[in-house]
Design a protein around this ligand. Structure first.
Ligand code: MN
Length: 727
């Protein structure tokens, strides 16, 4: 194919004979784990990227295509799947070239197109705005926006290559990019567990911002490393000798290198002199099985004296990014404080490469996989226990994991706010400032006007329109706000109204709600009205309207009572249960009480709580049980469909015989059933028994029953009960 072919011709006439040859090193790496068909696809992506960037240059004068090739090379070294490699090669084509997403879908399929599109979208975020205050929210937002975690992977590798070549940028941009890297990309890499890339990103950025400090630190490390080396070698040999003597096979002991930025950070944050920080010697012991980890721990505690309170078991309870290891601190050879991490080899791989290690494409033996899978349980971000057999399945499971319960929104100034999912412009306004909420009259999302009751989505820019003349809040807002901040602010504002104003507002609100069901307040009279008022628990209609206006009750739910009252009219005492569909009652989003954690299928009660809106409790929960029959704000509720596949948190108490590794055995019972674990609290009952309070996530009561049965069936289990906060 000649150099004159333009991308447009390419798109319509993309024949294999025109594919360009891959750069040689690149081809060699691909060849190590991909088959010919996969390499052909990568070749196609390379060709497409090559012609798309034709004529463009990097700042150092090289052809632009060298950049995406380098980015893809990093991902090849991590043995990522072919779609990620294709996307990496084309990650900048939507930005800079005459190409759109549809072209990519047609030529490379949805997955590749989505990743490229996601990377471009992240690139467009103006993340420089207020990065200090909101770095954590920004990270979460980037994850939420990415949907597919491979987007974040490509983006991080893109940043890594840009940092490696940062000397070609003007100084002011170097500083800006480096700060962003330390504040955002480093932590983001850590969040998805990529320790090695995080270290490199931080060191590159640190060297760029503080070249002098970095070189001083480096030469100090070098100077001290002579005597250091001797000690490290001695301790290393000692450790290894004892482990081998006690029959731990295939053990390796390494001295741990710290990256310079982490040393710098320690000096700054702990106000300790350099010598003291360097004087702690780090070791990593790698063994073959989890069993050996615990045995190795026992052995070294026998020979060296442990430093009190420094032991941590991240195998039984991994960190939220999936990191697993045993940590302990000891005094070696009676003189040197040492920090030891004990891991299996696959744990160490995951710690270095994070999510990419989970992705590793076509690993040869499946032996490793069982352990991999076992280590995955409870990894907070990437819930991998859904037995990921192929990258595709994995992508699917990661997609749902990145779906957070929060939405991330921009103010016009670029501040980022995290709000509960389901939030409306009113929630947003109150989140920013109470005054802003009180005076909101309209709202623009991404510059076009929207109604105040729409659900906001991650990534949107929300501009609140206010009016100086308006002073009243609308009680009907209580029907659709979801944050407690907005709810209590609205209520406190409503309470300050005159009673007559409140009554008027309440009447308008109820009429509006009734009108939606084709009814009017006039249709309710005499005995029928009395019955409805009784069932609600108020003495008069005026009182009810005032309550509504003051925000003490929720309009749509009262309207529901009126509808059912009209249908029944006579003779029925029991109030009609409210229906929970898709976690809403009428249009009001409900909350699930934290005290009893009800799940779909439980017998439940809806509590119209003045502060928090509709809260669903288990019928036996001691918070509500005494009031059910007495107070009309407690209504029986029944479950409708759960269309959004909402998962429900529930607490279970498990008692077991106490033995080494019992928590990890217990964990694998949940992992095998694909049940996610939220948190674990351990209490030792006595020498022989241990108790765990475990929060798990289930779809419904049936799934809960099944998993509890499995737990009970374990030999080590002595009891397993659900905790619903009963009396
Ligand atoms: Mn790029």
């Amino acid at each position: 194919m000649s150099d004159q072919v333009l991308p447009s011709t390419l798109i319509s006439n993309f024949d294999e004979q025109y594919y360009l040859k891959l750069p040689q090193i690149f081809y060699k790496s691909a060849k190590t784990y991909l088959d010919n068909k996969e390499i052909k696809k990568i070749q196609k992506a390379y060709t497409f990227a090559f012609y798309s960037h034709d004529g463009q240059q990097r700042r150092d004068g090289s052809k632009y295509i060298t950049h995406p090739v380098e980015v893809a090379q990093i991902l090849l070294d991590l043995r990522m799947d072919p779609d990620t490699i294709c996307a990496a090669l084309m990650h900048d084509v939507l930005e800079d070239c005459d190409v759109n997403k549809n072209n990519l879908v047609k030529l490379f399929g949805e997955d590749v197109a989505e990743i490229v599109d996601g990377v471009s979208k992240l690139g467009k975020l103006d993340i420089n705005a207020r990065i200090d205050a909101d770095a954590n929210n920004l990270q979460k937002m980037m994850l939420a926006m990415s949907k597919d975690v491979r987007v974040v992977l490509v983006k991080i590798c893109d940043r890594l290559h840009n940092m490696r070549t940062i000397e070609h940028l003007p100084r002011s941009k170097q500083i800006k990019k480096s700060k962003e890297t330390i504040d955002l990309y480093g932590p983001l890499a850590l969040r998805i567990g990529m320790q090695d890339i995080r270290s490199e990103l931080e060191d590159l950025a640190f060297r760029c911002i503080h070249p002098l400090r970095a070189s001083m630190l480096e030469s100090a490390i070098k100077k001290s490393s002579g005597g250091r080396k001797r000690i490290v070698t001695k301790i290393r040999k000692e450790l290894k000798k004892h482990l081998k003597a006690n029959n731990i096979q295939k053990v390796s002991v390494k001295g741990r290198e710290k990256n310079i930025y982490s040393i710098y950070r320690k000096i700054k944050s702990k106000h300790k002199p350099f010598s003291e920080i360097l004087d702690v010697y780090g070791f990593r012991i790698l063994v073959d099985s989890i069993d050996d980890c615990y045995r190795a721990l026992g052995i070294i505690h026998n020979y060296f004296s442990p430093i009190e309170n420094r032991f941590k078991d991240y195998i039984a309870i991994p960190k939220s990014n999936g990191y697993q290891a045993l940590h302990t601190s000891l005094l070696a050879l009676n003189a040197f404080p040492i920090e030891v991490q004990i891991q299996t080899r696959s744990m160490s791989e995951i710690a270095s490469f994070g999510i990419a290690a989970h992705w590793q494409y076509k690993t040869k033996d499946s032996d490793d996989n069982s352990e991999l899978r076992a280590t995955r349980w409870l990894s907070g971000l990437v819930d991998l226990q859904k037995k990921t057999r192929s990258p595709k399945e994995f992508a699917q499971s990661v997609k749902t994991d990145l779906d957070s319960n929060e939405v991330f929104l921009f103010s016009p100034k670029g501040d980022v706010y995290a709000l509960r999912r389901g939030s409306t412009p009113i929630d947003f306004a109150y989140e920013v400032h109470t005054d802003l909420g009180d005076s909101i009259v309209g709202c623009k999302v991404n510059r076009s006007e929207v109604p105040l009751n729409i659900e906001l989505e991650t990534g949107q820019t929300v501009e609140v329109i206010t009016s100086n003349t308006k002073s009243d809040v609308d009680p009907s807002w209580l029907n659709y706000v979801v944050t407690s901040k907005a709810r209590s602010a609205i209520r406190s504002k409503l309470r300050k109204q005159k009673t007559s104003d409140a009554r008027k507002a309440g009447k308008i609100m109820l009429e509006t709600e009734l009108k939606r069901g084709g009814k009017s307040l006039k249709e309710y009279r005499g005995g029928a009205l009395k019955k409805i008022l009784d069932s609600i628990g108020v003495t008069s209609l005026n009182k009810l309207l005032t309550d509504l206006g003051l925000g003490k009750r929720t309009g749509s739910i009262i309207a529901e009572r009126f509808y059912s009252g009209l249908q029944i009219r006579e003779g029925i005492e029991e109030p009609k249960p409210v229906l929970i569909v898709d976690n809403k009652i009428e249009s009001v989003t409900v909350r699930f009480a934290k005290c009893c954690l009800p799940v779909h299928g439980d017998r439940v009660v809806a509590h119209s709580d003045t502060e928090r809106g509709m809260v669903i409790h288990h019928k036996k929960c001691k918070q509500v049980a005494p009031f059910i029959k007495k107070d009309a704000r407690y209504m029986p509720a029944i479950w409708g469909e759960n269309k959004n596949d909402h998962v429900y948190k529930v607490n279970i108490d498990v008692n077991t015989k106490d033995k080494v590794g019992v928590l990890s055995d217990l964990g694998s019972v949940f992992a095998r059933s694909g049940i996610n674990i939220g948190s674990v609290n351990t209490k030792t009952i006595d020498k022989k028994f241990a108790g765990f309070k475990i929060e798990i996530e289930v779809e419904d009561k049936q799934e809960l029953r099944a998993i509890m049965q499995k737990v009970r069936a374990q030999k080590f289990t002595t009891s397993c009960k659900r905790n619903i906060n009963e009396k």
